[in-house]
Design a protein around this ligand. Structure first.
Ligand SMILES: Cc1cc2nc3c(=O)[nH]c(=O)nc-3n(C[C@H](O)[C@H](O)[C@H](O)COP(=O)(O)OP(=O)(O)OC[C@H]3O[C@@H](n4cnc5c(N)ncnc54)[C@H](O)[C@@H]3O)c2cc1C
Ligand SMILES: NC(=O)c1ccc[n+]([C@@H]2O[C@H](COP(=O)([O-])OP(=O)(O)OC[C@H]3O[C@@H](n4cnc5c(N)ncnc54)[C@H](OP(=O)(O)O)[C@@H]3O)[C@@H](O)[C@H]2O)c1
Ligand SMILES: Cc1cc2nc3c(=O)[nH]c(=O)nc-3n(C[C@H](O)[C@H](O)[C@H](O)COP(=O)(O)O)c2cc1C
Length: 682
């Protein structure tokens, strides 16, 4: 009896999975590049990015580096560097981003041996255990340039930031240990820290890792000090008396200070494009009780190129309600204009200056979101003993993670909520310095959205699909960015009914043109349709997870109307069924091989249905498509959906091909390795 193409595929996959299992490391090495030195990698010609030169010319002897995509590792790294410096003054610390240095030359890390006392790294993880985007050169160094034992004896400490709902939990930190310590010969001090933001415990993991790290550093380098030092500002705070024209009012860099300047890019996170909102609409019915905004940005004339499946970064601002509560709780004068001068030339300013306090709070600081226990602990130093009651309460709520969780986190308090909870009448502003706040509160970070347009069909615009986040409307526990998009979408006539309001005119009125503008930038992703236009695609995206699939479908309207596409979509009920109308009227009639399967989870008239159930119902179709080489795409919730969809596919393959679950699991893993199974999950 002959083998049909699928049986053959299964046999091949089984053989391949055995090979993969036994030679996993070799295969990964081949896929990611060899470890041998590549002389063609390039020569470092830019002196200002030369790590050793910067260390030597600034007389630094301790290096702390971070790799960060959305700023969390950066925040932790800077906190660590500052605390280390205040404890051990004799260390001359250089704290910086991997991105600021060239890693093209052989021995870039090896040259550190003997030049610095130690190296501490903070690193987050993305993709399949990879380093964040700004570390692309460093990752290349690790994979292709680093030589065996080049770091012999150099003390290294690593703190990883990750999320345990992803398959490769803290994969980047694990890679660092392998490359720097096991292969590079560096001496690992302490354990590799593993922050986990799936359960919001990064802060606690960091605090306990850091405490051990300080003890180890003190002993290893024979340092004196180690006590908790009082707060000492990193920057010199000066009153500004220069021209108004130079005062930042929320502009993200100096290119925007001159209103009439033409911006040609290239645009990125530090130089975003001010995009006009072309159109926006509400995607949920009023009966749903929720808002989901479809917003289109005009990118014509910007030179911005995107590809279907990329992400759009949106740079937000804080709502006026949150800003005024922050200023009043902390007794700050929002109009006070100030400048900051660097005390250490190798450090960087936290945001553009000169500016005023209200602008800084509105545009540059993450003042909402859960408050950190460490931040509350640090406040205690500023409260005099005469204010015994307040001091005692701060100690009580911050001394144990459990108490803090119960009293502060479970109540959804942000920083100002927490202060008002401790004492609504206390004059916090008399004691807590603004310089402490501006250095300690994390920076306001961009939010990313899966692009829901297609570069083929919508080359001059980019759309996003954003569910408006409201955790507790009464207490204004609302998402920063999605409520900003919601206010723009609702328009001034409906603004009164909204919980939050923003300065939609932007700095110097520069965001108010024909419509509104927002600072945005494109981030490349690997979530791409197959190059072969005839390859079938299976798309699974409940809720806003449907966003990139709208883009995929619109792509095929231009590139191949015969395309074999399946979309598994789930939502609560018909009222939050995103893009139902355009799908029924535009896509299904135009794309004859597009099949859409929808399930409702909160419609009392039908049994609760998730996308996994829809997939099982269509297992024959799925298997048939897989036999034809289909690509599988999953988008949306990383927490549980993505894992369960993976398991459902395993079940389908195992059942339909009559193979063991473990073998079906290996097949799905292989699909991921071969780029036939993609996830865009968050
Ligand atoms: C790669 C990627 C793609 C994404 N694609 C999409 C997409 O297509 N569509 C989409 O809608 N989202 C998407 N997201 C999520 C998006 O980036 C934002 O995280 C989301 O929109 C919330 O942003 P926000 O600023 O409105 O909320 P944030 O201000 O970041 O708040 C987040 C949540 O915390 C709650 N919160 C605020 N303060 C507190 C507190 N003190 N205690 C407890 N909870 C609090 C808020 O109510 C909100 O629910 C994506 C994320 C990533 C990483
Ligand atoms: N990790 C994050 O920070 C973050 C931030 C924003 C959104 N998300 C996730 O991204 C997704 C899209 O957000 P959204 O607000 O648009 O979604 P949503 O409307 O809350 O959910 C969309 C649909 O997915 C269903 N669902 C819930 N758990 C599921 C599971 N394990 N498997 C399959 N379906 C499941 C929901 O059913 P129910 O009726 O049972 O809820 C609903 O029918 C959500 O799943 C959300 O959790 C995550
Ligand atoms: C799109 C995306 C992919 C991620 N992939 C992983 C992963 O594979 N493994 C992991 O441990 N964490 C993963 N994370 C979690 C981040 O590493 C974690 O949130 C970290 O704190 C981010 O730090 P940063 O802001 O410095 O980049 C991912 C987060 C996002 C948004």
């Amino acid at each position: 009896m002959g083998l049909d193409p699928l049986d053959l595929a299964v046999v091949c996959c089984l053989i391949a999975s055995v090979v993969l299992y036994t030679k996993r490391e070799n295969i990964l090495t081949i896929l990611r590049g060899s470890d041998s030195l590549d002389p063609a990698i390039g020569i470092n010609t830019n002196g200002s990015k030369d790590l050793i030169e910067i260390i030597e010319s600034n007389k630094k002897d301790f290096l702390i580096l971070y790799g960060s995509q959305t700023g969390t590792s950066e925040d932790y790294c800077k906190k660590f560097a500052k605390e280390l410096h205040s404890k051990f003054k004799e260390l001359n610390i250089l704290c910086s981003d991997f991105e600021n240095f060239d890693f093209d030359e052989p021995n870039t890390l090896g040259n550190l041996v003997g030049k610095i006392k130690g190296l501490v790294i903070f690193m987050s993880t993305y993709g399949e255990g990879e380093l964040p985007d700004p570390c692309v050169n460093f990752e290349n160094y690790l994979n292709n340039i680093i030589e065996k034992d080049e770091m012999t004896g150099l003390p290294v400490m690593i703190f990883g930031l990750g999320n345990s709902t992803y398959e490769f939990f803290n994969g980047a930190a694990i890679t660092l240990k392998k490359k720097l310590v096991t292969e590079g010969g560096a001496k690992l001090l302490g354990e590799v820290g593993a922050g986990d933001d799936s359960i919001g415990s990064t802060e606690e993991e960091y605090v306990s890792w850091k405490e051990t790290a300080f003890e180890i550093i003190e002993k290893e380098f024979n340092l004196t000090g180690g006590e908790d030092a009082p707060f000492e500002p990193m920057y010199e705070y000066v009153n500004y008396e220069g021209s108004e024209d130079n005062v930042f009012q929320g502009e993200l860099n100096k290119n925007y200070l001159t209103a009439d300047k033409k911006h040609l890019g290239p645009f990125d996170q530090s130089y975003p494009f001010l995009a006009n909102v072309l159109e926006s609409k509400e995607l949920c019915d009023p009966e749903s009780g929720r808002n989901c905004v479809h917003m289109e940005f005009d990118i014509s004339g910007s030179n911005i190129k995107y590809e279907t499946g990329d992400h759009l970064g949106v740079i937000p601002q804080n709502a006026k309600e949150h800003v005024s509560k922050f200023l009043s709780t902390l007794g700050l004068n929002g109009d006070e204009v100030f400048d900051l001068k660097l005390k250490d030339p190798t450090s960087t300013l936290p945001f553009p200056v000169p500016t005023n306090i209200e602008t800084a709070v509105t545009n540059y600081l993450e003042i909402t979101g859960p408050v950190s226990r460490q931040m509350i602990t640090q406040l205690i130093q500023f409260i005099p003993d005469t204010e015994e009651k307040v001091k005692q309460r701060l100690v009580e709520i911050s001394s144990s993670p459990d108490v803090f969780h119960k009293e502060v986190i479970e109540a959804n308090f942000n920083f100002t909520d927490c202060l008002n909870y401790v004492s609504p009448t206390f004059q916090w502003g008399q004691y807590i310095p603004w310089t402490f706040l501006l250095e300690t509160i994390p920076s306001l970070k961009p939010r990313f959205y899966s692009i829901s347009s297609s570069n083929l069909k919508d080359s001059d615009k980019i759309s996003v699909t954003a569910m408006v986040e409201v955790t507790d409307a009464k207490k204004l526990v609302c998402g920063v960015t999605t409520n900003l998009l919601n206010e723009i979408n609702k328009g001034p006539e409906n603004a009164a009914s909204l919980p939050l309001h923003y300065n939609l005119s932007g700095p110097r009125g520069s965001y108010k043109a024909e419509s509104y503008k927002l600072p945005v930038f494109v981030r490349k992703s690997t979530f791409r349709l197959p190059k072969n236009l005839d390859t079938p695609v299976i798309m699974i995206g409940p809720g806003t997870g449907v966003a990139p699939f709208r883009g995929f479908i619109r792509d095929r309207l231009i590139s191949n109307k015969e395309a074999d596409m399946m979309l598994f979509y789930g939502c609560r009920n018909v009222h939050d069924h995103l893009y139902k109308e355009e799908c029924d009227k535009e896509y299904i009639p135009e794309l004859k091989n597009l099949k859409v399967f929808t399930g409702y989870s909160r419609d009392p008239t039908v049994p609760k249905t998730y996308v996994q159930k829809l997939m099982l119902d269509e297992k024959d179709l799925i298997m048939e498509a897989l036999k034809k080489g289909a690509f599988v795409y999953v988008c949306g919730d990383a927490g549980s959906m993505a894992k369960q969809v993976n398991d459902t596919l395993v079940t389908i393959i195992s059942e339909k091909q009559d193979i063991k679950i473990q073998d079906a699991q290996e097949m799905v893993k292989l699909m991921k390795l071969n780029g036939r199974y993609h996830e865009d999950v968050w």
